[in-house]
Ligand binder design. Structure first.
Ligand SMILES: Nc1ncnc2c1ncn2[C@@H]1O[C@H](COP(=O)(O)OP(=O)(O)OP(=O)(O)O)[C@@H](O)[C@H]1O
Length: 666
C-alpha cells in the first residue's frame, strides 16, 4: 500500500507537471498573444509584421517577454502608424506589462481603463497620439509602480487630478500640449525629476511644491506667480482704478446711472483728444528729425545696403525708446573731455572714432551710433548686447564689454585678429571702439536671434518650430564656423560654444558669435551654470580651453539640437545629470528614439539620419579629449548625414499632419 500510494502520488505529480503546469503557462502566454492580436485588429499599423504562425508572441517585433514567467512584459510600438481607439479587454489580459510605449501613433479616444490590470507597469509612454478625455481615475489606485508617465501631445482634458500623488515612485510626468484645464493641484511626489504641464488651459498660481521646476514647464497656460513672471492679483496689487471699474461693472449689472453714462462719454472723448494730440506731437517730431539728418544722405544709405541690414521695422526706432547714447554716451562724453590721451580710434589722434575692419570704410561713425535708438538683446558673460538702429535705417549689434583686463595695445592686437576672421558661418565683427571707460564691439545684427532662443523660447516668446532640414543645416553651419576658427592654428579655440552663441540669419543659417572675447576679459568665470552644461570635463580652468574642449561643447550643442533640451535644464541639473550622460544612458537602454525632440519624430525616413547625427554628437562629447574627433572630421560626417537625408528627401513624410499635437503651438 505504501509503495503503491507513493507511486500513485508521483504519477499524479508528473501528470500535473506535464499537463497542467505548461497548460497554465501556455494559457497565460496564449492570452497575452490573443490580447496582442486583438490590439492589432483594433488599431492595425505595422503590427502586421507579427507572424501569426508563431505560437509565441515573444519574437514579434516590439514585444518582449520575461524568460522565467514566459509573459509579455514590454510592448514597444513607437511610430508604427497605429490608429483608432483601443477597446477594453486588451490590457486586462496583458497583466505583466512593465513597459508600454505607443508613442507617436494616431491612437485616439479615451485611455482604456483596464490598464489598471497592469499592476507592474513602470513606464507608460503615450506621447504624440490623439488620446482624449480624462485620465482614468481608477489608474491612480492601481498603477502604483509607475516611474515614467508621458502623456504629452495628446488631447487629454479635464482637471489634473491630485490622484497623481498616488504615483509615489514617479520620476517623469509629462503632460504638456494637452487640453488640461483648471488649477494645478499640490503635487508632492518625492522623486519627481521631470515635470511639464506647458501649453494646456491651466490657470491660477503654481503650487509651492512645484515652484522649483523651471518656468518652461508652465508656459503656455494662464498661470501667475513664481516661477512665472506674471504677478498674481491680490487685494494689495490691484490698482484702485481697477477696483473703481469693478464697482462700476457691478453697477452696470443693475443698469448704468445717467451720471455714469455721461462720465464714460466725457472720459472717452477726452481720451481721444489726448491721443490725437500725442499722435500729432509724435508726427511733428519725426518730421523734424528727418530734416536734421540730411547729412546721413544717400551715400550712407547705400553703405547700409552693402551690409544688407535693412530695418525690420519701418520706423527704425528702438522698441523701448532707450538709446545707445543713454547707455554709452555718458562714458564716452566723459572720455572725450577727460583728455585726448585716453585714446579713441585707430588713428591714435584721440578722436573718438570707431575702428572698422576689412575695408569697411567708415560706414557710420560714433556719433551715429550714439544717436541710434537701442534695445537690450541680453546680458552675457562679457557685457551687454544691444540692437542699435542707426538713423540711416541700418541695424547693428553692439556689445559693451565689461571687465576688460588686457592693456590697450594688447586689446587692439587681439581684436584686430578677431576682426580679420572672415567666414560665412561667423558673425562678422565690423568695428570696435576703445577708450579707457568704454569698449564697444559692433557686429552685424542677425534678425533671427540665437539658436537658444529659437529652441527654448525667449523673453516670454515660445519655441520656433525647426524641422530636421533646418536643424541639420544649423549643425553643419556651426561646425564649419568652428572648423574655420580651428584652422588658424592649434592654439586657436573658441572657448564658449553654446546655443546662445549660435546666431541665425534670416534664412536660418548659423553664425558663431563671441569668438575671441574670453581673451579680452581674462577668460570666462568659473561657475556660471549656463556655461557649465557645455564645458568639457577636463576643463577645470575655463581660461585654459582647447580645440578638443570646443568639440565637446559642440557635441552638447548637437545633443541640444536633437533632443530640444537645454543642457543646463534645471531638472536634469538638479539630479546632477548632464545632457551627454542622459543621452548615453537612454541609448544604452536601447531607447534611442526616446531622446529625440518630439517635433523631429514627426519626420519619417530621417530617423536613421537622426541616429547618425546623434552618434556624431556622442563621439564629440566623449569623456576623454583624445577620443573626440576633430572639427574637420565632424564637419564631413555631418555633411554625409545631410547628403543621405537629401537623397531620401523625396521620401521624407510628415507622419503627423496635425500641427497642434507637437510643439508647433509653442
Ligand atoms: N549679432 C547679433 N545679432 C543678433 N542678436 C545677437 C547678436 N549677438 C548677440 N545677440 C543676442 O544677444 C544676446 C546676448 O548675447 P551675449 O553674447 O552678450 O550673451 P550670451 O551669448 O547670452 O552669453 P555669453 O556672453 O556667455 O556668450 C544673445 O542671446 C543673442 O540672442
Amino acid at each position: 500500500m505504501g509503495i503503491h500510494s507513493a507511486t500513485t502520488i508521483m504519477l499524479l505529480l508528473l501528470f500535473y507537471i506535464l499537463v497542467f503546469l505548461p497548460a497554465g503557462i501556455m494559457t497565460d502566454l496564449a492570452s497575452d498573444r490573443a490580447a496582442l492580436l486583438s490590439l492589432r485588429s483594433a488599431v492595425g499599423g505595422r503590427t502586421l509584421f507579427w507572424t501569426t504562425t508563431q505560437q509565441t508572441p515573444c519574437n514579434w517585433p516590439g514585444v518582449q517577454c520575461d524568460n522565467t514567467t514566459n509573459r509579455v512584459t514590454a510592448l514597444h510600438l513607437p511610430g508604427v502608424s497605429l490608429s483608432g481607439r483601443i477597446p477594453l479587454g486588451i490590457f486586462g489580459n496583458l497583466t505583466k506589462l512593465k513597459t508600454l510605449s505607443l508613442r507617436f501613433n494616431a491612437l485616439s479616444g479615451p485611455l482604456p481603463s483596464d490598464l489598471s490590470s497592469c499592476l507592474d507597469l513602470r513606464n507608460l509612454y503615450l506621447q504624440g497620439n490623439r488620446f482624449s478625455g480624462l485620465f482614468p481615475e481608477n489608474l491612480f489606485s492601481s498603477l502604483r509602480d509607475l516611474v515614467r508617465l508621458n502623456l504629452a501631445g495628446n488631447n487629454f482634458s479635464g482637471e489634473i487630478s491630485s490622484g497623481f500623488n498616488n504615483f509615489t515612485r514617479l520620476r517623469t510626468l509629462y503632460l504638456e500640449n494637452n487640453q488640461f484645464s483648471g488649477s494645478l493641484p499640490d503635487l508632492n511626489i518625492p522623486n519627481l525629476e521631470q515635470f511639464n504641464v506647458s501649453f494646456n488651459n491651466l490657470n491660477g498660481s503654481v503650487p509651492k511644491s512645484l515652484r522649483s521646476k523651471p518656468k518652461e514647464s508652465f508656459i503656455g497656460n494662464s498661470f501667475c506667480g513664481s516661477p512665472l513672471d506674471e504677478i498674481c492679483p491680490t487685494k494689495e496689487n490691484v490698482p484702485p482704478a481697477v477696483s473703481v471699474d469693478l464697482d462700476r461693472n457691478r453697477k452696470k449689472k443693475n443698469g448704468l446711472s445717467g451720471g455714469a453714462i455721461a462720465g464714460i462719454v466725457i472720459g472717452s472723448v477726452l481720451g481721444l483728444v489726448v491721443l490725437l494730440l500725442l499722435l500729432f506731437i509724435l508726427c511733428r517730431k519725426r518730421t523734424t528729425k528727418k530734416t536734421s539728418s540730411v547729412d546721413i544722405g544717400a551715400s550712407k544709405l547705400t553703405d547700409a545696403e552693402v551690409l544688407g541690414e535693412k530695418p525690420l521695422t519701418g520706423s527704425g526706432t528702438g522698441s523701448n525708446g532707450f538709446s545707445v547714447a543713454a547707455a554709452a554716451a555718458a562714458a564716452m562724453t566723459t572720455s572725450s573731455t577727460a583728455g585726448v590721451n585716453t585714446g579713441g580710434g585707430a588713428d591714435g589722434s584721440g578722436n573718438k572714432k570707431l575702428v572698422f575692419f576689412r575695408n569697411s570704410s567708415t560706414i557710420f561713425d560714433l556719433e551715429d551710433l550714439l544717436r541710434a535708438s537701442a534695445e537690450v538683446l541680453g546680458k552675457g558673460t562679457f557685457g551687454t548686447a544691444y540692437k542699435a538702429v542707426l538713423e540711416a535705417g541700418m541695424m547693428v549689434a553692439v556689445k559693451r564689454l565689461k571687465d576688460v583686463t588686457v592693456s590697450e595695445p594688447e586689446f587692439r592686437e587681439k581684436i584686430e585678429f578677431v576682426g580679420a576672421m572672415n567666414h560665412e558661418n561667423l558673425v562678422p565683427l565690423r568695428a570696435y571702439y576703445y577708450s579707457k571707460e568704454e569698449k564697444l564691439l559692433v557686429y552685424d545684427y542677425m534678425p533671427m536671434g540665437s539658436l537658444s532662443a529659437l529652441l527654448h523660447g525667449n523673453k516670454g516668446g515660445g519655441r520656433t518650430p525647426l524641422n530636421w532640414e533646418i536643424r541639420s543645416g544649423i549643425a553643419l553651419g556651426a561646425a564649419r564656423g568652428i572648423e574655420y576658427l580651428h584652422s588658424h592654428g592649434q592654439d586657436i579655440s573658441h572657448g564658449n560654444i553654446k546655443s546662445s552663441n549660435v546666431i541665425l540669419t534670416k534664412s536660418l543659417e548659423a553664425r558663431i558669435s563671441d569668438f575671441g572675447l574670453a581673451n579680452l576679459v581674462g577668460g570666462l568665470p568659473s561657475t556660471p551654470n549656463r556655461v557649465a552644461g557645455y564645458r568639457a570635463p577636463e576643463v577645470t580652468d575655463p581660461r585654459r580651453v582647447s580645440q578638443k574642449a570646443d568639440v565637446y561643447s559642440f557635441g552638447v550643442l548637437l545633443l541640444e539640437l536633437l533632443t530640444g533640451k537645454a543642457p543646463t535644464h534645471a531638472l536634469l541639473n538638479e539630479e546632477g545629470v548632464d545632457l551627454p550622460r542622459w543621452v548615453q544612458s537612454t541609448v544604452k537602454e536601447e531607447w534611442t528614439s526616446e531622446v529625440f525632440d518630439l517635433e523631429l519624430l514627426r519626420y519619417q525616413n530621417v530617423e536613421e539620419d537622426m541616429v547618425q547625427l546623434l552618434q556624431v554628437a556622442i563621439d564629440c562629447a566623449a569623456q576623454y579629449p583624445d577620443n573626440r574627433p576633430t572639427m574637420a572630421e565632424v564637419t564631413s560626417r555631418i555633411q554625409e548625414v545631410r547628403r543621405a537625408s537629401l537623397i531620401r528627401g523625396g521620401e521624407v513624410q510628415d507622419v503627423d499632419p496635425d500641427p497642434d499635437r507637437v510643439h508647433e503651438s509653442d
